[in-house]
Design a protein. Structure first.
Length: 410
């Protein structure tokens, strides 16, 4: 049975790797086309219907690119669609969400001191929030307010703040940030699947049928593309945040998330303005740094609005690990080799928050993280980093025996 934990860990790694690969492809093509679109130059003599052109040099050659704002006069023989990068990124991301957070709901998704719910309820809230988020966003875009691009974005920002706060009232801090990224990425990918590509297909169908395409489809698709442009960097932040508990495991994590969206806007504004040849607004970097400093400060604010964490009784699974005959010796190893960092108040110099917010001070905490201890300090030498606390081979064998005999006894 313990082989299951190893196989699941490799599956998690494989899905994460796939997600990174597809995300690079999607984000790379997205950033390229945004830069290309903003850098187009209008000049006399362009073909009829052409909006602008761009000369680029790369890979030892020159590229001459022209953009038709609506469509060319006739259908080109070869047309490349950029859509599978988006779809593959979302599908692999959802697969990772299912493997890591749904498969490990008791550990990674649910914090019973935040909301005491069953795994199936947490998973239902997770999936439902992603679907409802897209529906709400799409309705806002199609409402009369949708005609005001910047007014719409301001309202969407308020919605995102509310969602950030809501997730922190349901899930663990780590899962809240991950879900905020998934929530945003779902909107972005759904924009491609439900709006941008279908609108482009309508234009292509009109060209094939000899009809003049309606420019409204391009305008709608461009607005959704603009939203995707400004949401990309925050999504990357949230996907990386699970490695940094100072971001997700602090009292004002929802406010930190709100500020991250602002940083995404300031950074993209610099690139967008520069690519459009409208100057270099260096002030955006100053604003970004100031926002980041505020985020750093928020991560250190003492808990003043919440009390001490409620002590929860051990689950049946955790009890089996505590009742194992090896547990007392394991507890001595973990508390002697791990808990100086993995504690509510770490004593190791330079560590101010428990890595990944994993605490290993109580029997329940050690039992709850049995699988991670087994994989990272037993089966592998990932922990302690550089074996800085000098855990011995015999102690690693003890951790392995504790986990495997407990799992086999179930």
């Amino acid at each position: 049975m313990y082989e299951y934990a190893i196989a699941w860990e490799w599956l998690s790694f494989a899905v994460r790797w796939l997600h990174v690969i597809t995300a690079i492809a999607w984000i790379g093509s997205s950033f390229y086309f945004i830069a290309l679109d903003l850098g187009l130059v209008k000049r006399p003599g362009l073909p009829v219907g052409a909006y602008g052109e761009e000369w680029q040099v790369h890979g030892g050659g020159f590229y001459h690119i022209q953009k038709y704002l609506v469509a060319p006069a006739s259908m080109p023989e070869h047309l490349t669609w950029f859509k599978w990068e988006s779809y593959a990124t979302w599908l692999s991301g959802f697969a990772m969400l299912a493997v890591v957070y749904y498969g490990g709901a008791d550990l990674f998704l649910i914090d019973r001191t935040v909301l005491n719910i069953e795994p199936w309820q947490a998973i239902a809230l997770s999936v439902g929030s992603l679907a409802v988020g897209w529906i709400l966003y799409d309705l806002l875009c199609k409402s009369p307010l949708g005609k005001n691009t910047w007014g719409l974005m301001a309202l969407l920002y308020i919605v995102l703040i509310a969602v950030a706060w809501g997730y922190t009232q349901i899930f663990t801090g780590r899962a809240a940030f991950l879900h905020l990224g998934a929530f945003t990425a779902t909107i972005m990918s759904a924009n491609v699947f439900f709006i941008i590509i279908p609108n482009q297909k309508i234009v292509v169908a009109d060209l094939i049928a000899g009809r003049t395409p309606d420019p409204k489809y391009g305008v709608i698709a461009k607005q959704r593309s603009l939203h995707n442009n400004y949401l990309t960097l925050p999504v990357i932040f949230f996907m990386l945040s699970n490695h940094y508990p100072l971001a997700f495991a602090t009292e004002f994590n929802w406010l930190i998330a709100a500020l991250v969206f602002l940083m995404g806007v300031t950074i993209r504004h610099w690139f967008n303005t520069t690519h459009a040849r409208k100057g270099k607004p260096t002030w955006t970097w100053l604003v970004t740094v100031l926002i980041f400093i505020v985020i750093m400060w928020l991560s250190t604010v003492p808990k003043v609005l919440t009390g001490e964490e409620e002590q929860m009784s051990l689950s049946a699974r955790e009890q089996t690990f505590v009742q194992n005959g090896h547990f007392e010796a394991v507890r001595d190893v973990v508390q002697g080799r791990c808990s100086m960092c993995h504690a509510a108040d770490p004593v190791w110099e330079g560590i101010v928050r428990a890595p990944k917010n994993v605490k290993l001070e109580t029997d329940g905490e050690i039992a709850a993280h049995a699988r991670e201890i087994y994989l990272q300090a037993g089966r592998s030498h990932a922990m302690p980093p550089g074996n800085i606390t000098e855990i011995s081979p015999e102690e690693r064998k003890l951790l392995v025996a504790w986990y495997e005999t407990t799992v086999e006894s179930k």
